[in-house]
Write a protein that binds this ligand. Structure first.
Ligand SMILES: *Cc1c(COP(=O)(O)O)cnc(C)c1O
Length: 425
């Protein structure tokens, strides 16, 4: 269900009106629903009940400490892509022992930190990374748990910037090179080969490419098994999409259906070929946990109708929400208090000095200056991609829980934006 709906003519997050939030905290502000967040996580968690499985939330989608804390309390692990994200896990009370470290460019310092904190696994993406990790672990007198990110070369049929499982992507080890890479890993004294992983892309509406990827991973696990390398876990990555409301898009596959099909295949394979051997299954969902649990609340500053285009200039901008300009992403726009009156077709744009500074295009709305708008489904890859371009302080973040509102990140001031800078002596 949606936790953002109009009640008595005003858009609410759970039981709190967005106009009250704008009044109390100002705009632009990201507003999240706790219930939506927990419901999305439960879809994964419930489908894993009674199984050896772990849901590692891909926190680059939304890494606010309050979000991490809520998920950690539900038993979530985390998928991180930097040392900074590991420090966030720890600051939020998450368990490093349930944390996996993805990404193509891990530094020596990041590897050291992750080893010292005792993370569950490094998802390694190249041979030079294996050698670096072996060396770092050796210096610490430790063994590093590794999984190889295999590139199964399946087409996720998504936006090129978020398709990651094709040969032409920078991510992972090519499927044809995987066996040799595993042999290299197994020969290094300070590595423990424990798993296999992939992540083929994001915003997948269909699970067929994921199941295809699963079959390729299984094929490799069998070959490795025959060579005497036994993997403890299989990590299928994230990628399940959400309904952004794009006309003509089919709804995304329900998470429970996808996990049901995936476990069915894994069970059949284990019974048939894997000698009933147990294998832990790991998921790395990001977007599907947080996207529809958040909106970006913004206020109309000026209306600028014109001969070719009508512009609605709002106080949120591309620095707050990059998805439209970065991916040409379509995001829904809802007036907080819809008004009667003539509807015009508007481009919703921000105050930043770039023509790419737009949030939505060609939306039919009846608007007046001062009106509040909600950019819908903005909980993922919104705040985490925000920048300070134009010396704009980043937006506030609020979580609504029933009737209660919690400020979980206060608005950044311009002075804070340049506080780290000094003039030359
Ligand atoms: C971004 C990312 C994810 C999460 O992807 P979603 O599409 O948000 O579910 C998972 N794993 C890795 C390695 C990623 O880079």
């Amino acid at each position: 269900m949606s936790y953002f709906s109009h009640q008595d003519g005003v858009l609410h997050a759970e039981n709190v009106s967005l106009s009250a939030i704008a009044e109390q905290f100002g705009t632009p502000t990201y507003v999240y629903s706790k219930a939506a967040l927990l419901e999305n996580f439960s879809a994964y968690h419930d489908a894993c009940q009674g199984r050896d499985a772990l849901v590692c939330y891909a926190m680059k989608a939304n890494s606010n400490l309050a979000v991490l804390d809520l998920l950690a309390r539900q038993g979530a692990g985390f998928d991180i892509v930097s040392g900074g994200e590991l420090l966030r896990v720890i600051a939020a009370g998450g368990d490093p022992g349930k944390t996996i470290f993805s990404g193509v460019g891990k530094t020596v310092e990041e590897m050291q930190l992750a080893l010292e904190k005792g993370i569950l696994c490094f998802n390694v993406e190249s041979i030079p990374e294996l050698h670096r990790l072996n060396e770092v672990a050796g210096k610490l007198g430790m063994r590093a748990p590794v999984s190889l990110r295999v590139n199964p070369n399946v087409d996720a049929k998504t936006h090129p910037y978020i398709a990651t499982g094709l040969k032409a992507n920078k991510f992972g080890v090519a499927f044809d090179d995987a066996l040799d890479t595993y042999r290299t890993a197994a020969s290094l004294p300070h590595l423990d080969v424990v798993g296999i992983d992939c992540h083929i892309g994001s915003q997948l509406l269909d699970d067929a490419p994921l199941l295809e990827a699963l079959d390729k991973l299984i094929e490799l696990i069998d070959t490795l098994h025959a060579e005497g390398t036994h993997l403890h876990h299989l990590d299928i990555g994230g990628g399940i999409g959400v309904d952004y409301g794009v006309a003509g898009d089919k709804p995304p596959v329900p998470v429970g259906d996808y996990l049901g099909r995936l476990f069915k295949r894994i069970d059949a394979w284990r019974a048939e070929k894997h000698g009933g051997q147990p294998i832990k299954v790991i998921f790395e969902p990001g977007r599907s946990i947080v996207a529809n649990a958040g909106v970006l609340l913004t206020k109309t500053e000026f209306l600028k109708p014109g001969a070719e285009k009508n512009f609605c200039i709002v106080d949120a901008a591309m620095n707050d929400l990059m998805r439209p300009t970065l991916y040409q992403a379509w995001m829904g726009v809802q007036p907080v208090t819809p008004r009667d009156g003539e509807k015009l077709v508007w481009d919703i744009v921000g105050p930043v000095c770039e023509s790419g500074d737009w949030l939505a295009r060609e939306r039919e709305l009846a608007l007046e200056p001062g009106d509040l708008l909600a950019i819908m489904t903005a909980g993922a890859y919104g705040m985490t991609m925000a920048s300070n371009y134009n010396t704009r302080g980043r937006a506030a973040e609020v979580i609504v829980d029933g009737d209660a509102t919690h400020l979980v990140r206060r608005r950044e001031t311009p002075a804070e934006v340049f506080a780290l800078e000094t003039m030359m002596k």
